[in-house]
Structure formats: C-alpha cells, structure tokens
Design a protein around this ligand. Structure first.
Ligand code: FAD
Ligand code: SIN
Length: 541
C-alpha cells in the first residue's frame, strides 16, 4: 500500500506528538509508531522538566549549569535559546492538559524539584510520573485530532530519499538528497508500506538498548540514527552516552529507574557497609553531575566486588517520601523493598544518547525535508553530558521550532514530490529458520558494548569492540538480504549500526570529556578536542 500525507512523523513520544499537534493545523499528518503509542521513553520519565520558575532562579543560572554539565561542548547560543523558551513551552503543555504538581492546593506555583548539577530547584514534575502525565495528554490529543492519523505497530525500516544531486562547477554535491517518506513494516500483517510525505520527521528516541543494562524501554534501538546515517545524514557526538547512576538492581526489575530527584530530596549513596562515598569524589557529593556519580559507583563496585551500591532515603519522613515518589515507593515495595525503611540497591545503566543526527537551530538535518527532534537529534544543547531533566525540555522546544519551519517549507513545496519512488522490493520471501542467530547477535552486541564501551573505556577495549561488531555486522548483512524481514531483524541491524557509530566516535576522541572517559587519555584536551565528532556514511555511487 502507499499512503500520502503532508507530514510523516516517525515516533510517538513527546517530540513527535507535540510536533504533530502543531503542524496539523496546516496539513495532513501521518504518525507511525512501532508499538502502542504510549510505549516511549517519554512515558517512563520520572524527574521532570527543567525550567526557570523559582524565585531565586534565573535564565543565566540554568544556562551556566547546562554549560558546566556539557563540559565545554555545548553551543552557548542554543543553550540560551532552549532555556529561555522553556517556560512558554511548559505553559503550553499545561494548556494542552498536563497537570504538573503544584505547591499547595489551588496554588499556581510549581513544586520544583532538585537534581544533580542544578544550582537551584527548577524541575517541574508530576509526582514521579511526569512522563506519563505528558504522554497520556499528547496521545489522547492526537487520537482525537481529525487531521492526524496514528498507525501503531508500524515500524519504519528506512527513509526514502530521492536524489537531487547537482554538479557545482566540476564537483558533484554528494548529499543534496530529498527525503520523501519512509518504508514502514506493519508488524501485525508483516506487509511493508510506502509512506510518502512532503516533510518527514524522525522522533524515534534514544538507543539505550545497544547496552546490556539500560533504563530505556525496548523501543530504544536507535532506529532514527541508523536510518538517517544510512540515508547519508550527518551524525555527531555518539560517544557521549549517559549512564544514569541509579537503576534498581533486582532480578525481577527490568529497566526500572530510581529518579535523581530522590537524591534531590536528600537520598544518599552508600556502599554495602553503610559508608556514604560521594564526598570522596566531588564537593557536590550525591548531587554532582551524572558522569561523576556513575564513574564513582563504577569505581566503588570494581574495588569492593559488590553487585550494587545503595541509595538511602530511609531517614526522611515516610509520609513525604510516599507522597513525593508514589511510583518508586510502590514498585520497590512490590519487590519487597520498603524505601522508607531500608536502602535501595542500585547500579548505573545506559540512559540517554547525547549525540544523534546533526540538526540546525530549527531541527533540520542536512537532508532536505528531513527534520529530527527529541533524543534522536544532536542540537548542541547537551554537549558532552546532558544536565538532568533537560531532555524533555529540548524535545518540546525543538518540536516547536521544527513545526514552525516545516510549515514554511510546506508552503514552498509545489504539488506532488518525488514522483517515481521505488516500491519496496519484497524479493526476500523465505522465512528464516534460524531466529537463534538474531537473538544471539542481539545479546552479543549488548554485552560487547557494556563490557568494552561502557562508563570507563580504553583503546584496547574499543578495538576489541570494533572487531566484534564488524564481524556481527557482516553476518547481519547476509542474513538481512537473504530472509524475510522481521521487527527483530530490523532492530538488530539498527543496534549494530549505532553500536558501530558509537565506537567510531569514541575511537576518534582522543581525550576524556564529559561522558566519554578513556584511561589512555585521562585528561581533557581543550586545545584540540573542543569540537564535535561528526560522521557521515562514505559516499558510494
Ligand atoms: P521517545 O519518547 O522515546 O519516543 C520514541 C518513539 O519512537 C516511540 O514511540 C517509539 O516506538 C518510536 N520509534 C522508534 N523507532 C521507530 C521506528 N523504527 N518506527 C516507528 N516508530 C519508532 N528526561 C527528562 O528530561 N526528564 C526526566 O525526568 C527523564 N526521565 C527519564 C526516565 C527514564 C526511565 C528514561 C528512559 C528516560 C528519561 N528521560 C528524562 C529522558 C527522556 O524521557 C527522553 O529523552 C525523551 O522522552 C525522548 O523523547 P522522544 O520523543 O525523543 O522519544
Ligand atoms: C531522573 O528522574 O533521574 C531522570 C531525569 C533525566 O533523565 O533527566
């Protein structure tokens, strides 16, 4: 089947849905999302959205904190723009119906939380289920919108690009392609459809699943980054993978985060003997930036040989803890841990991709008519390390900017575009009889990344990882073209691609900065490395 729309949005998190709601006034919007619409990282966000509302807070302070966390690589003009736009975007979310926690009944002042790296309380939240409060409102709004169609269980396989390559003098401009939509697998019928659109938006979220341990839901397989890279777009700073210091360590808990806001309310990290250890690593102790806390825990675990450290908030008022963290309290209690009485076992896990598809100030990639918003994009806001709760903020600010620009682009596109799109070639009709190959490779990639491209890296580990991933890539390539595609195979191909790109970026950066720590280059090198690591697929043809 072929579907046509003005806008194709791939992904149903905060970035994709808020973009869709804004452009729907100007054209038809098709949203495709690979599982149920709610199944997004957005839905699991706990802490909240950072923005300046506090009495003693200023835009300058938020900018400074963001720059400090980003360790020299944030783009200052972008940081200022995002920070200053924050309050308006948050009010807009409220206008759409999101109910953030207020201080006292009927009061219009936010109950602001504190997280690592923030010098003031500025985290706007909805209890500890901020993401769910946002996602539910956005999903309901798009479902009720007459100009938006939402296709769940539709997984985008690849972007469709149409070459407009032109000669400039004697030189062929290699990357002046137009994006015309995407090939999308309906995972219920196993049919591949063509979604043709005048403007395409990648809002596919992060890539935590390239690691064995992650806070991310299963959808986070880096599909957007892989698709954009294959289509020839620039990607950047993928070595900066953020590890959240405190994910619940329990055999029955898959991907459960213990929000940084718990430390913001006085929670303290201790080892198995009850010793608070963060004072030995940073003057901000438990509220140091995430890279510092995650490395500290890694070091403690390597020294002690323990499986986890602990986060202790049991000395605080039990009523207040239950009221502020109802979801965390209930989840832990269901696993036999009463957080008002005992410490919570925690470990670091891959959490957030600071790099992504390189975009300009309006969220445009360097492929015409391809926008990228949310975690999939690299905007210059986060630099080498994202400040806590700046991600939801970036997503809404950029969705807004991209929507405004995309509407202008739409006006300038005359009639039908990309007339002769190739149809999906369904030649691979043979069902695979070796699903074990797919699951084995999934597992191997994620272990390799965890063991060799984790919180602490070295040249040898990176080389080893690169060799393994290269071998797996070859195997996947053969398999991909021989058998009927499935969602597992598509995602496997993507996690392998993104793993390869993370390793490439990490090998390029010969220093330690922010989230990237290589024991061979333990220092920062401002003279040479105050710049992004940028990759583009080698040009063929
Ligand atoms: P997502 O919300 O992840 O949505 C991605 C969408 O793309 C999904 O619908 C997915 O199904 C779809 N998709 C992916 N690939 C395809 C494909 N090939 N085809 C079709 N659809 C596809 N940030 C904060 O600022 N504050 C917080 O408190 C906070 N807490 C967090 C807690 C957790 C547990 C996690 C995991 C993250 C947290 N973050 C937080 C980070 C933040 O939630 C994410 O960065 C943000 O929600 C990303 O939004 P997004 O719209 O870019 O992507
Ligand atoms: C958290 O609640 O700790 C997550 C915040 C974030 O990732 O920004």
């Amino acid at each position: 089947m072929e579907y046509k729309s003005d806008f194709l949005v791939i992904g149903s998190g905060i970035a994709g849905l808020s973009f869709a709601l804004k452009v729907a006034e100007y054209g038809q919007v098709a949203i495709v999302t690979k599982k149920e619409a709610m199944e997004t990282s957005t839905n699991y966000a706990q802490g909240g959205i950072a923005s300046v509302f506090g009495q003693s807070d200023t835009f300058d302070l938020h900018v400074q904190d963001t720059l400090e966390a980003g360790d020299g690589l944030c783009k200052k003009d972008i940081v200022e723009m995002v920070v200053e736009d924050g309050p308006e975007r948050i009010r807009e979310l409220m206008d759409w119906g999101v109910a953030f926690t207020q201080e006292g009944a009927g009061n219009l002042e936010f109950d602001l939380g504190l997280e690592g790296g923030h010098s003031r309380k500025r985290i706007v939240h909805a209890g500890d289920l901020t993401g769910r409060a946002i996602e539910q409102v956005l999903v309901d709004s798009v479902k009720n919108h007459p100009r938006i169609s939402l296709s769940e269980n539709h997984l985008a396989i690849d972007l469709i690009t149409y070459s407009t390559r032109v000669k400039r003098g004697t030189v062929t401009a290699a990357h002046e392609d137009l994006c015309c939509g995407a090939y999308v697998l309906d995972t219920e019928t196993n049919e591949v459809h063509t979604f043709r659109a005048k403007i395409t938006v990648l809002a596919t979220g992060g890539a935590g699943k390239i690691y064995r341990f992650t806070s991310n839901p299963d959808i986070a397989t880096g599909d957007g980054i892989a698709m954009a890279y294959r289509a020839g777009a620039l990607v950047a700073n993928l070595e900066f993978v953020q590890f959240h210091p405190t994910c619940l360590y329990h055999p029955e808990a898959k991907n459960f985060l213990i929000s940084e806001a718990v430390r913001g309310e006085g929670g303290v990290l201790i080892d198995s003997k009850g010793r608070a250890f963060m004072g030995g690593y940073d003057s901000k102790k438990d509220l140091a930036c995430r890279d510092i806390v995650a490395r500290a825990i890694d070091s403690e675990l390597k020294t002690s040989g323990d499986d986890s450290v602990f986060l202790d908030i049991s000395d605080k008022d039990p009523g207040l803890v239950q009221e502020r963290f109802p979801n965390i309290y209930q989840k832990c209690l269901s696993l036999g841990i009463d957080i008002t009485k005992e410490p919570i076992p925690v470990v670091p896990a891959a959490h957030y991709m600071c790099g992504g598809v390189l975009v300009d100030t309006e969220g445009k990639s360097d492929i015409e008519r391809l926008y990228v918003v949310g975690e999939t994009a690299c905007t210059g806001l986060h630099g080498a390390n994202r400040l806590a709760s700046n991600s939801l903020l970036e997503a809404v600010v950029y969705a807004d900017r991209a929507a405004e620009q995309a509407v202008k682009d739409l006006e300038s596109i005359d009639g039908e575009v990309c007339l002769d799109l190739p149809r999906w070639d369904p030649m691979r009709t043979v069902d695979s009889d070796e699903a074990i190959v797919v699951s084995h490779n999934w597992d191997e990639i994620r272990r390799t990344m965890w063991n060799y491209v984790g919180i602490v890296r070295s040249n040898n580990r990176l080389r080893r990882a690169r060799n393994r991933i290269e071998t797996i890539q070859k195997e996947i390539h053969e398999y991909y073209w021989d058998f009927k595609i499935t969602s597992d195979l598509i995602e496997l191909r993507n996690i392998a691609m993104v793993a390869e790109l993370v390793i490439q970026c990490a090998m390029l950066r010969k220093e330690s900065r922010g989230l990237h720590y290589n024991i061979q280059y333990a220092e920062k090198d401002d003279k040479f490395w105050l710049k992004d690591t940028i990759l583009r697929r080698p040009f063929v043809g």
